[in-house]
Design a protein around this ligand. Structure first.
Ligand code: NTF
Length: 812
């Protein structure tokens, strides 16, 4: 650092003293290098982004100075995924620049909305886990937590989905191709990450790891402004590069490929986001990604700590680290390793320090999603870490034996010696964490009763609940400007920074004039969505029909299949009697299937094939449309959610840890049809039993059925509408007579049905017909819709972050 008196820049350089429009023009010419007459939307988008970013920098630096000065406790959120979505609209909204930007562009005959849409959507995540991390960044900055997100700067985010003859196609996503205007590259911030090699004891008895491979992690920082831009945090993403330079000798010999080999290998670590979701198909590269960003983040935070602290035993007092699922769980041995090997600390003390800082959030109980790595792989890639994991296991075993006579620690330890040996990352994270949290009340209870039963018994205070939340800035103010304005003109603007104020809308549910306005906003949003559907898939839908939406990753437990089967049954019923006074519906699906998840991809194909039949049948024209929108991402959600009447949250009870889409829909005035699963349970408590449609088996009933052999084929035979649909599918009704195509689905439903589609089908059908009836009474429906919006205050991620800060991080 240089010692200069220039800390405070001259006023004239403060970007806030220049009108936004002038700053945009300046950036257009001098940063983008285009003149206004040749600029395309993307250039305007770049210029506006840079102008807005300028306005964030002072607040960013102020925040940093304040954190240093106040010695605020720092919170590091380590996440393999950050599903941040487009940043420009969020930034201008939080910085209070929307009106000025709109005004400037319209003066020049340009439409701000179109410019915002020119920004690529950074989709550095798979689904809920990654989007939660992004909402938490916004809320940490809003609430004023000295937080920093650490993740990976994937060159390619989640694949781009398209359909070819109804089948999912995966293409690489390219968000960086035109550069990224938000990030600051920090070439000087770089850490070595090591793999392989061997460990030897030196003359002093110290373990010395001699790795066989070393790559570098380089930092890219994005400022994240909270509401009104007062507090600006950092998202630091790591990018991999080779520690070795180009082999010039080989290159000059004409061996171009060989000369670049090391670089290509190193860079592959941050090339692509692993597209698995709920499947633990870990291969070496995935493990390396986890180690890569975790180690870089820990080295970086230790470096920052040591800038103004000497004593590493004080780390837990100043630093809290949150592990977003087990992906960064290697932090447990890695932090111990850094303390012991690089900072000469003693092992037991190092482990205590690690356990004082680290906390772990569990996001799923699905057995196949609980990460475990073959011992052989860990030994080969991370020999030193394996030694430390063994030592941690020994320490843990000693602790258990001392506290609980006769208790066998083996089933709880990180290393499972059976079947060739595994490292169980959930157990490792639990053992190495101060606090372990679930993401909804039900999920937390189930954690205690199932996966972490033994560990919960020995550490009964460790598990706690922090129900997920969503940021009301992006998920109401920005995505639904019509509703946001109506709310603000009714109760003022305080709800944006403190969503608990939204309850002031409750009395307006009884106000007919308000309900009519609420309904008019919804209709506008449905028209916008209808136009989007038309432009994406060419299907014309009627905005006055009931818009019924299920958008999320495709997974058996989320039961898109049950929704699809019910749609086909509804189609049969409508076709049999089109004049029976049906409530017109538009069934909308969107979501990606993991590329290796064959059954999920087959479900997409089934829905697309069914859509072809249903949408082209004149008998149900005006009654039913079925739409599967390709390439679901944050930007699509921002159009879909405000336009929904009905939100499908129909997972098999006990399997959806929380859900956050459920919260976004309810906040935007959609009613939920759902099971008593995840946060649906808490949504029901807040919006009231009369304003939500709950059906189906409960978690304990599901578990009982899954364990005591059920006979789905019998249930199907006893459910005539379902029987008819299953028979149609297997006889080729939706597949041009091809009886093989959907065999995988039919066999699964009839013979296996682990996710209990068959026993829940009738209850789902019945509640959908009840919904039809209630939707026809629009006045009552709108009343319920208003009460949903009005009662969602508790689901703000600001509340969640305060919960983490108070109960886990001790940082407010
Ligand atoms: C997801 N988990 C859960 O499936 C959702 O229910 C939950 O809302 C989000 O986490 C956020 O907590 C995952 O994505 C994963 F990867 F853990 F399976």
């Amino acid at each position: 650092m240089t010692d200069t008196k220039l800390e405070k820049l001259p006023e004239s350089l403060d970007p806030k003293n220049v009108p936004l429009g002038e700053a945009v023009l300046r950036h257009l010419v001098y940063s983008v290098g285009k003149d206004a007459s040749h600029a395309v939307r993307r250039d305007w988008c770049a210029a506006l982004s840079l102008a807005v970013r300028d306005r964030m920098v002072d607040g960013w630096m102020d925040t940093t100075r304040r954190i240093y000065k106040e010695k605020a406790k720092r919170v590091y959120y380590l996440s393999m995924e950050f599903m941040i979505g487009r940043l420009l609209e969020d930034a201008i909204s939080n910085m209070g620049l929307t009106a000025e930007a709109k005004g400037f562009f319209s003066e020049h005959g340009l439409d701000l909305q179109e410019i915002l849409e020119a920004e690529p959507d950074p989709a550095l995540g798979n689904g809920g886990l990654g989007r939660l991390a992004a909402c938490f960044l916004d809320s940490m900055a809003t609430v004023g937590v000295a937080g920093m997100g650490y993740g990976i700067r994937y060159e390619h985010g989640i694949f781009r989905q398209s359909f070819q003859d109804g089948w999912q196609l995966e293409e690489p996503e390219d968000w960086l191709i035109f550069g990224n205007n938000w990030e600051f590259h920090r070439p000087e911030v770089s850490y070595p990450i090591s793999f392989g090699g061997s460990v030897q004891q030196d003359a002093q008895g110290k373990m010395v790891w001699t790795p066989s491979e070393r790559i570098l992690a380089g930092a890219f920082d994005t400022p994240i402004a909270g509401w009104q831009g007062k507090h600006v945090n950092t998202l630091r993403l790591w990018s991999a590069r080779s520690a070795e330079t180009l082999n010039l000798h080989q290159f000059n010999q004409g061996e171009f490929m060989a000369a670049s080999r090391q670089q290509v290998l190193a860079e592959s670590i941050t090339k692509v986001l692993y597209p698995g979701d709920h499947t633990a198909e870990g291969r070496e590269l995935r493990l390396k990604q986890e180690v890569f960003f975790t180690s870089a983040s820990l080295q970086d935070l230790l470096h920052r700590f040591l800038l103004d602290n000497k004593d590493l035993t004080a780390l837990p007092k100043h630093v809290a680290i949150q592990l977003n699922d087990t992906h960064p769980a290697i932090a447990v041995p890695e932090l111990v390793r850094l303390l012991v090997d690089e900072h000469d600390m003693e092992f037991v003390q190092s482990f205590e320090i690690a356990r004082g800082c680290l906390n772990y959030t569990n996001h799923t109980l699905l057995p196949e999603a609980l990460e475990k790595w073959p011992l052989e792989l860990i030994e080969r890639c991370l020999p030193r870490h394996l030694q430390i994991i063994r030592e941690i296991d020994n320490l843990f075993a000693a602790e258990i034996r001392a506290k609980f006579e006769g208790k066998d620690p083996a089933p709880m330890q990180a290393i499972d010696p059976h079947h060739g040996g595994w490292v169980r990352m959930g157990n490792l994270a639990f053992i190495g964490a101060k606090r372990v949290n679930g993401v909804s009340a039900l999920h937390t209870e189930l954690m205690k009763q199932t996966v972490f039963k033994d560990l919960h018994e020995v550490y009964p205070d460790r598990i706690l609940n922090q129900t997920n939340g969503i940021t009301p800035r992006r998920w109401l103010k920005e995505c639904n400007p019509g509703l946001a304005e109506l709310i603000t003109e009714t109760i003022g603007e305080d709800w944006v920074g403190d969503l608990s104020h939204i309850s002031e809308l409750v009395p307006y549910a009884e106000d007919k004039a308000f309900r009519d306005k609420f309904k008019a906003v919804k209709l506008e949003n449905k028209k916008r969505l209808a136009a989007y559907i038309q432009s994406e898939v060419g299907i014309k839908v009627d905005p006055t029909a009931l818009f019924d939406i299920q958008i999320k990753r495709i997974h058996e437990y989320k039961r898109q299949l049950m929704n699809a089967l019910e749609t086909m049954a509804l189609y049969n019923a409508m076709k049999a009697d089109p004049k029976a006074g049906w409530q017109p519906r538009v069934k909308i699906f969107a979501g990606k299937a993991a590329p290796s998840y064959t059954l999920a991809k087959l479900i997409i194909k089934l829905i697309n094939d069914a859509a072809k039949v249903i949408n082209n049948d004149p008998d149900v024209d005006g009654l039913l449309k079925l739409v599967f929108l390709p390439n679901y991402n944050v930007s699509a959600a921002e159009i879909l959610i405000p336009g929904a009447d009905l939100s499908e949250q129909i997972s098999t009870a006990g399997f959806e840890a929380s859900g956050t889409g459920n919260m976004k829909f309810a906040l935007n005035g959609a009613l939920t049809v759902g099971t008593l699963d995840g946060a649906n349970v808490e949504i029901k408590e807040h919006v009231g039993d009369d304003n939500i449609f709950i059906f189906g088996l409960e978690a304990d009933e599901v578990a009982a059925r899954q364990h005591g052999g059920c006979q789905p084929w019998v249930t199907v035979a006893e459910t005539p509408r379902l029987q008819e649909v299953v028979t149609q599918i297997s006889s080729g009704f939706y597949s041009n007579g091809d009886t093989e195509r959907f065999k995988g689905i039919v066999d699964n439903v009839l013979a296996h049905d682990y996710f209990q589609v068959t026993p829940d089908f009738q209850a789902y059908w019945d509640i959908q017909r009840k919904i039809d009836g209630e939707f026809k009474d629009q006045d009552t429906w709108q009343r319920m819709a208003v009460l949903n919006t009005a009662n969602m205050g508790w689901f703000s991620a600001d509340r969640t972050i305060r919960g983490y800060a108070n109960d886990i991080w001790k940082a407010l």
